[in-house]
Write a protein that binds this ligand. Structure first.
Ligand SMILES: [Zn+2]
Length: 339
């Protein structure tokens, strides 16, 4: 459990209590995501159940009214379908459904007292989804960031032969690059400071990866008509990244903001207007994005295995967060396994 800034403690808690509408899942893997690192460094949690939310596991108990879930089922945790009753749903904006938001944030009434850096958790059965045959727990725990990437790509809809640039080769950036290709992009380039991540991006199918915006622009000048990228996904979340992404876009192109830019980050209005670019933003994902990401993994077209290395256990959790705060790992996704 996170008990303060940069302080993880291993604590014994009571067995999760099964209540109607819930199920208990034995955690097999849980990824460490960007929001987990932010929470760790500040000690500020939206809710305890939110710390460790990229999980896959096996259902070990099913409460009454828990739908089609069954004991032994292999599952992943994500968002539920929108409720259809809250104000955003009734307004037709189901991506910000209050039920969905409360489950993302772990503030719903069935949320457990802790997240999935644990042996077992109790969750609302509506946010549990079947893991397809052939997708193992380690890959399945990337369904959540995979859905974030799917949402971004589905919003921007790169079309056949498009030149696509992805800024930032963290887990979401790499997954976006893969899905942009599946979505029809002709050429995909990645801008990333870390050399090992650039290599990984190319192994996963990117045509080119660059460590500096200047090198990226030089490459773009030799692609297609040399005007720049049709679609740019900003997945790093810094002012530098937003600026580099804007510069990479062509006249009439699209800039998609996926990374969490710092408060006060600026968009270069003059460049955007001069190039008549479209700016789009992507937040989170929907249940449809989760299922698409999982189906593409099951079809072996969306490859996520290279993003994670061997799993860490309880004893290594604290030191792993320390390490990740100093330098990103050579694999962009560290997975926890309760042991
Ligand atoms: Zn709703």
């Amino acid at each position: 459990m996170l008990t303060g800034p940069r302080r993880i403690e291993i604590v014994e808690v009571a067995e999760p209590e099964l209540v109607p509408g819930s199920c208990v899942v034995a955690v097999e893997r849980c990824g460490i995501g960007g929001p987990d690192l932010v929470a760790w460094s500040t000690g500020e949690l939206v809710a305890p159940a939110w710390f460790g939310h990229e999980w896959a596991g096996r259902v070990v108990a099913v409460g009454a009214d828990a739908g089609e879930r069954f004991v032994g089922e292999r599952v992943v945790g994500a968002v539920p379908p929108p409720c259809g009753r809250c104000t955003p749903c009734r307004a037709g904006i189901d991506t910000t459904c209050r039920l969905v938001m409360s489950m993302i944030l772990g503030t719903d009434e069935l949320a457990d007292s802790h997240g999935a850096f644990a042996e077992r958790i109790r969750v609302d059965a509506r946010r549990v989804h079947r893991l397809p045959e052939g997708v193992d727990f380690a890959d399945g725990s990337l369904a959540e960031p995979g859905a974030v990437a799917a949402h971004a790509v589905r919003r921007a809809r790169p079309s056949l032969g498009d030149i696509v640039v992805v800024v930032g080769a963290g887990a979401v950036g790499l997954l976006v690059a893969e899905l942009a290709r599946l979505s029809g992009a002709g050429r995909v380039a990645v801008l990333e400071r870390e050399a090992d991540r650039r290599e990984l991006a190319c192994r996963l199918g990117a045509d080119a990866a660059f460590g500096s915006p200047e090198d990226l622009l030089r490459w773009l000048s030799g692609q297609g008509h040399g005007l720049g990228a049709d679609v740019v996904f900003e997945c790093a979340g810094g002012q530098d990244a937003v600026d580099a992404g804007t510069e990479a876009g062509r006249t009439g192109g699209t800039l998609v903001l996926v990374g969490t830019a710092p408060d006060g980050a600026l968009l270069r209005a003059s460049t955007l207007v001069a190039r008549e670019m479209t700016v789009s933003a992507s937040l989170g994902y929907t249940v449809a994005d989760v299922h698409r990401a999982l189906h593409l993994m099951a079809d072996d077209r969306f490859r996520v295995s290279e993003l994670h290395g061997p799993a860490i256990g309880f004893a290594e959790l604290a030191s792993t967060f320390e390490g990740l705060s100093r330098r990103p790992g050579s694999r962009p996704k560290v997975l926890f396994q309760p042991r």
